[in-house]
Design a protein. Structure first.
Length: 440
């Protein structure tokens, strides 16, 4: 919903909304929120709502722990799974210091800056996310088990193979009611694995919608006695959960990927080349857990820096599409990422490539899962572990420049510790289960 604060306050009153959730994202991609009563919304718009930033991972120390949430009026949505009486609505918020200045580790503010840069260069960027998740059975106390909801495979229909149809239907209806338009939904390759893709939009809107999507999926799964996992690799011998990031770039309303079907990408060459060049050094932000690296290189997840048309073994794929849907698809990211940081880095890499006239290498028209070793030796591999990804990122002046020194250092310090914890464990499956499975 968009409108003035007065119109929003009228909507809240007329629809008997009693509770307002003020949402934001921590440094590591976790959706956080604080609830206020509806009659406090006017004050929240004017003065913000304070919270203890020391208690939010990656934000602030205990000696200067106050930060404020200011709701963005354009992000109002009512939560369909929390109906009346006592309806609940949510806003995404800008995080600010007590003096009203931007908090430097607010991912929304960072992404807004990148979107402004894009606009200043004469472009508008659209992003669509394709997100996979697993449905597991929950026990009597609602805790997740290792038993998947079904044993279905790709595009299976109806029980006993696909038992998730009604859950996906409920999720899609909820998303639609919230103003997020689902485009496709289906059973994915893994047992109990599902995918729902929602309509592309502006980068900031897509990042907000991604957090809402994960929250909606988890809430509706729990309501049905299930647990939804966005863990990159919740079952080690089954397909992982990817989050393919589809990017299109428009100039004066024209999609620069317009020549894709004829094999002519000249207008988009620099953008794609920039992302190819920078992906290894930003992989710690696109694949931010130790578990993420179990997924890469298997079950259609990429392992090398390469691109091609339609080919699902590549890092970047140019899908068969027409009109406004012409785009590039980055296939390495997974759903454990912080969408604001990830989108900011991806877009910035593409814009840098355009500004610097980066040359797009020839497409690799081969199945890289079955390719000859002589071909693979010519390709740059993606990092094979979180530790390797962090080491690459630490030397990235590009990532530091996009994120700023504070965000860059704080994030990588935490990930360096996470990688060290994983390297020290003898039981990686237990590490994954305790650290990620019930959280992501």
């Amino acid at each position: 919903m968009t409108g003035t604060t007065h119109e929003i306050l009228e909507f809240i009153k007329e629809n008997e909304v009693k509770f307002i959730r003020l949402g934001f994202c921590d440094l590591f991609g976790f959706h956080k929120n604080i609830s206020i009563m509806a009659d406090g919304l006017q004050s929240a718009f004017e003065n913000g709502v304070s919270f203890d930033a020391h208690a939010i991972s990656g934000f602030r120390g205990v000696t200067r722990s106050d930060l404020f949430l200011f709701p963005d009026p354009s992000t109002l949505t009512a939560l369909p799974w929390r109906p009346g009486p006592g309806r609940v609505a949510q806003f995404f918020c800008d995080v600010k210091n007590p003096d009203g200045t931007e908090f430097p580790r607010d991912g929304r503010a960072l992404l807004k800056r990148v979107v402004r840069r894009c606009k200043e260069m004469g472009y508008s960027c659209k992003i669509g996310a394709e997100c996979e998740f697993y449905l597991f059975k929950a026990d009597e106390e609602g805790e997740p088990t290792s038993a998947t909801f079904d044993k279905g495979g790709y595009l299976d229909v109806a029980p006993p193979l696909d038992k998730g149809g009604n859950i996906r239907r409920e999720i899609c209806l909820a998303l639609e009611e919230m103003g997020i338009k689902p485009e496709t939904s289906h059973h994915e390759q893994g047992p109990g694995q599902n995918e729902i893709d929602f309509e592309f939009g502006g980068a900031l809107t897509c990042a907000d919608n991604f957090l809402t999507f994960k929250t909606a999926v988890k809430a509706i799964a729990a309501r049905n006695g299930l647990f939804a996992s966005f863990c990159p690799k919740p079952i080690l011998n089954a397909p992982g959960n990817g989050m393919h990031v589809n990017v299109s770039l428009l100039r004066n309303g024209d999609n620069i990927f317009g020549g894709a079907q004829e094999g002519n990408l000249s207008a988009a060459d620099g953008f794609i080349a920039g992302i190819l060049d920078k992906t290894p050094e930003i992989t710690a932000f696109l694949n931010p857990t130790a578990n993420s690296y179990e997924r890469l290189g298997k079950f259609e997840a990429p392992k090398y820096v390469s691109w091609s048309h339609q080919n699902r073994s590549q890092l970047i794929r140019i899908p068969a599409a027409a009109g406004e849907k012409m785009r590039m698809e980055l296939r390495s990211p997974d759903p454990s990422l912080n969408p604001y940081l990830a989108f900011a880095l991806i877009i910035s890499a593409g814009l840098d490539g355009m500004e610097n006239g980066a040359a797009l290498p020839p497409p690799v028209d081969a199945d890289l899962y079955a390719a000859d070793g002589s071909l693979l030796k010519t390709l740059v591999p993606l990092p094979e572990s979180l530790g390797e990804a962090v080491a690459l990122a630490e030397n990235s002046e590009f990532a530091k420049g996009v994120l700023g020194e504070e965000t860059f250092s704080k994030y990588l310090s935490a990930k360096r510790g996470e990688a060290a914890d994983f390297a020290a464990t003898e039981y990686k499956e237990e590490f994954y289960k305790e650290r990620y499975f019930g959280v992501i």
